[in-house]
Design a protein around this ligand. Structure first.
Ligand code: TA6
Length: 295
């Protein structure tokens, strides 16, 4: 009997070309796309969805979906912005790695009246080895109840140490980007991707009145304050957090993104990016984790 047929809360539904696991639990509902192990929606009872998903999202094989939490792995951002130890092993020009566009396998479901724990797995294969010459097992462990935890586990199953960068590229909703702020970065240094990757220092809360694309050198706990919901984001094993809003001009270049979508979303991404490189020795593993809860 397969995992889903014995589940009380989970079922697989076809959306165009992709299979989505729909979870309907007494405490929450959620949707997880098997492609990319990408959670698209997490909505605790009596609360708004914690995640933003584009109204023009496309469920197509091999293409990342705009919204939810794309898993950027085994590199973050454009290849050339990674340090040598990472980029010298990459034989692809795709941004944000290959994990988000590959088909993962459902690995385990554990469920109770309190929560659903569901894990998906991606293993190295001839396709991944073409782009990145390391053998691995990658797990996305979701623990869902009235809050959401995602832990990305990388296991190095090869005989050589691997260096990677990664991000849980979370899209958040807001009813008004101009009244949205992020707390927890005061006095934190960041790299401004829009101003020649210069290092700067944050003063006070982060607000949005133009395109923002910054990699903050920080970990820990952040408060995401928008007009109709306040969320707490906690991270583990992440020393870099990316904050992004494309604003008006960049919005016009994005797939699955309407011209005014920048008003209703923002990204805060729990990452290991730029110099915050993860090195994993043979038979070792590393976890990058995030927890989202009502603020
Ligand atoms: O995380 C911010 C960022 O690197 C931006 O520079 C922008 O490229 C964004 O990710 C979205 O990238 P995508 O490839 O998903 O369109």
């Amino acid at each position: 009997m397969n995992l889903l047929s014995s589940s009380a809360f989970c079922k697989s539904v076809k959306y165009d070309e992709l299979n989505i696991i729909e979870i309907s639990h007494p405490k929450f509902t959620a949707k997880i796309c098997l492609q990319g192990a990408q959670i698209l929606s997490f909505k605790p009872n009596k609360q708004a969805d914690f995640l933003w998903l584009s109204d023009t999202v496309e469920y197509k094989k091999g293409r990342s979906l705009r919204g939810g939490i794309p898993i950027c792995w085994p590199w973050f951002g454009v290849v050339d912005k990674n340090i040598g130890a990472v980029k010298n092993n990459i034989h692809s020009q795709a941004a944000h790695g290959f994990a988000r566009t590959m088909l993962w396998k459902l690995h385990e479901i554990k469920e109770s009246v309190h929560d659903v724990k569901i894990s998906l797995c991606l293993e190295s294969n001839p396709e991944t080895l073409k782009d990145w010459p390391f053998t691995f097992k990658l797990f996305a462990h979701f623990s869902l109840s009235s809050h959401m935890n995602l832990s990305l586990e990388t296991i190095n199953t090869g005989s050589h140490a691997m260096c990677l960068t990664q991000a849980l590229h979370t899209y958040f909703p807001t009813s008004d980007i101009s009244k949205t702020s992020i707390h927890g970065f005061n006095k934190t240094h960041y790299i401004d991707a829009l101003e020649c990757w210069q290092e700067k220092q944050q003063t006070g809360k982060v607000t949005f009145d133009q395109e923002v694309d910054r990699i903050y050198q920080s970990d820990g706990e952040f408060l995401l304050d928008s007009p109709d919901q306040c969320l707490k984001l906690q991270t583990e094993n992440s020393q870099s957090t990316v904050v992004w809003n494309p604003w008006i001009k960049k919005s016009l270049t994005l797939s699955q993104f309407s011209a005014d979508d920048y008003r209703s979303m923002f990204c805060v991404e729990s990452a290991n990016a730029l110099d915050d490189v993860v090195k994993i020795d043979p038979n070792e593993s590393q976890f990058l984790s995030m927890t989202l809860s009502a603020g």
